[in-house]
Write a protein that binds this ligand. Structure first.
Ligand SMILES: C[S@@+](CC[C@H](N)C(=O)[O-])C[C@H]1O[C@@H](n2cnc3c(N)ncnc32)[C@H](O)[C@@H]1O
Ligand SMILES: Nc1nc2[nH]cc(C(=O)O)c2c(=O)[nH]1
Ligand code: SF4
Ligand SMILES: [Mg+2]
Length: 210
């Protein structure tokens, strides 16, 4: 299996329960809810995406022929001799490409493996951290994990409808759009009223890292 990767870079996890943790971000190209082309955004199932996942032209992007090649590149981004490495598989939709050989190889090389997924594809992989971020008008088949992270407000989506799923942490993350400041206030008020939900900020945008 080969892998189409938009970019791979070393940074801090900006969102959710692992926020602040150094990690390699492995951004796969392609998504099942949007082509990634601006001219298609208005007809996409997911229209608010903040990410360029089209093609393989980013930092360390490309077509990788083997899992070993991917993991070797990820390892090279870390300081030498650190044994609790962490890779966040994202995209695009990482479940279109992430497979057992790649997860196994990351584990062999001393990585914990996390994922940021839209939840429309069932995960049958031994992952160390699963973040599901559901999108309106999709069927969520991955209904368990470590964190459920709802981008809010998101059309008519009601976080209450998601409280029965089996996650350890429940996060509300402000929609980044033309009304971000207002959305942050809406999210703060929502968490204070509904304390099952904790606020997650996109801290990498605040501190201006990738
Ligand atoms: C770009 S997505 C890639 C992973 C996967 N396709 C997904 O949607 O979870 C990474 C994270 O960014 C979030 N996200 C995307 N666009 C956003 C926006 N405009 N404001 C806030 N969060 C956003 C997603 O909900 C997801 O949690
Ligand atoms: N620093 C940083 N943290 C992130 N957490 C989730 C991200 C994503 O795009 O999946 C992301 C990202 O793009 N950058
Ligand atoms: S599902 Fe994720 S990657 Fe795909 S368009 Fe939506 S936010 Fe972007
Ligand atoms: Mg991002």
């Amino acid at each position: 299996m080969s892998y189409k990767i938009k970019e791979m870079y070393y940074t801090l996890q900006g969102e959710g329960g692992q926020s602040g943790r150094p990690a390699v971000f492995l951004r796969f190209s392609g998504c099942n809810l949007w082509s990634g082309r601006e001219e298609d955004r208005h007809k996409a199932i997911c229209q608010f995406c903040d990410t360029n996942f089209w093609g393989t032209d980013g930092e360390n992007g490309g077509k990788y022929a083997t899992a070993e090649e991917v993991v070797r590149q990820a390892t090279a981004l870390y300081p030498d001799g650190f044994s609790k490495k962490y890779v966040v598989c994202t995209g695009g939709e990482p479940m279109l490409q992430l497979d057992q050989p790649l997860v196994d190889t990351f584990h062999q090389y001393g990585f914990e493996v996390g994922i940021e997924t839209n939840g429309t594809i069932k995960i049958d992989l031994p992952l160390d951290w699963i973040c599901v971020s559901p999108k309106e008008n999709t069927e969520i088949v991955q209904r368990t994990g470590d964190e459920l992270k709802i981008v809010y407000p998101q059309g008519g989506m009601n976080p209450k409808d998601w409280e029965d799923l089996e996650f350890t942490h429940y996060y509300i993350s402000p929609m980044d759009d033309d009304h971000t400041e207002e959305n942050i206030q809406t999210c703060i008020a929502y968490c204070l009223k509904n304390p099952v939900w904790n606020l997650s900020l996109q801290t990498h945008k605040i501190i201006r890292i990738k």
